[in-house]
Ligand binder design. Structure first.
Ligand SMILES: [Zn+2]
Length: 199
């Protein structure tokens, strides 16, 4: 079988990652492949542990179907979003991202890919959404190097911890509502799944 002319001195590119491999990989977390930062998550016995929310103006839209149908969604550049169950902050990138949320034999499988174009994302904004009026709270810009996306994630976590500690940072400048601490919220999520050591 001819596969065309392949210069012997060079290797031809292969796929970044096989889909089968992704689905088999039950270890949630970030992986870094070429120009992509890829997060995979798997929820045992639950369909909607991870939900993507987008903010459009002062409205928050869940990217999910009521009947639990799979979701494959392109998060456009400059659209603020949060993956509930994963992130304790809202993030806006200057590049598109892809989101997959599908039922799996275990419960739920979720996938987020950021990047894919040279040098992007190069900038991100972290903020929170006022629970009363939808106004962005405490926005902060970050430079992102695609080759050290991990560093950005650490900086974002640090900023989120700061936000949790400071009631001033959590106060909406538009309506004065105090946003709850997010890490406390994600602990509640853990509680609901029965995965804490409470029992
Ligand atoms: Zn507000």
């Amino acid at each position: 079988m001819s596969r065309g002319y392949v210069p012997s001195s060079r290797t031809i590119p292969g796929p970044d990652m096989s889909f089968v491999r992704l689905f088999d990989d039950l270890e949630a977390g970030w992986q870094f492949r070429g120009q992509y930062a890829i997060w995979t998550g798997s929820a045992k016995g639950e369909r909607s542990r991870y939900t993507l929310l987008e903010r459009h103006g002062d409205r928050v839209a869940p990217m999910a179907y009521e009947d639990g149908s799979p979701v494959f969604h392109e998060i456009k550049a400059n659209v603020p979003f949060i993956v509930q169950g994963l992130m304790s902050y809202w993030v806006t990138f200057n590049s598109d991202a892809m989101w997959l949320d599908t039922p799996s034999p275990e419960g739920q499988y979720a996938f987020l890919a950021v990047g894919g174009s040279a040098g992007k994302p190069s900038a991100a904004t972290i903020d929170w959404t006022c629970t009363h009026c939808g106004h962005p709270i405490s926005p902060k810009g970050f430079e992102v190097s695609p080759l050290s996306f991990k560093r950005f994630l650490m900086q974002a976590d640090e900023y989120a911890a700061e936000f949790d500690r400071s009631q001033e940072m959590r106060t909406c400048t538009d309506c004065g509502t105090i946003h709850p601490a997010m890490l406390a919220q994600s602990r509640e999520i853990e509680n609901r799944t029965g995965e804490t050591d409470e029992a």
